[in-house]
Design a protein. Structure first.
Length: 98
């Protein structure tokens, strides 16, 4: 599955995401009642910089990392986004079934 970011008048800050770029939907998860979407930028850079980004040390406790099987890394392209941000920032999601 893929998802993309397109310009929307309602969005003022794309939090590090690249306009017009496609991302891979890796999976979903939930931690402490918050629904999250796991996404990968195939370029391996230009990651999401909002809540639950790799730099969000307040949320990425050892328990959260273990529960979501997440290892923060600079250029792996993988990141987590809260479902509310996903709905606001990403415009199109496509699933190709063969």
């Amino acid at each position: 599955m893929t998802t993309s970011v397109v310009e929307k008048e309602s969005v003022k800050d794309y939090k590090g995401l690249v306009m017009g770029h496609a991302y891979t939907l890796v999976g979903v998860g939930e931690y402490n009642g918050e629904r999250l979407v796991n996404i990968r930028n195939p370029w391996g850079s230009e990651k999401y910089s909002g809540t639950w980004s790799d730099d969000d040390a307040q949320r990425w406790t050892d328990q959260a990392k273990a529960h979501l099987n997440h290892i923060p890394a600079k250029d792996d392209g993988l990141f987590w986004v809260p479902l509310a941000d996903f709905r606001q920032l990403f415009a199109e999601t496509t699933c190709a079934l063969y």
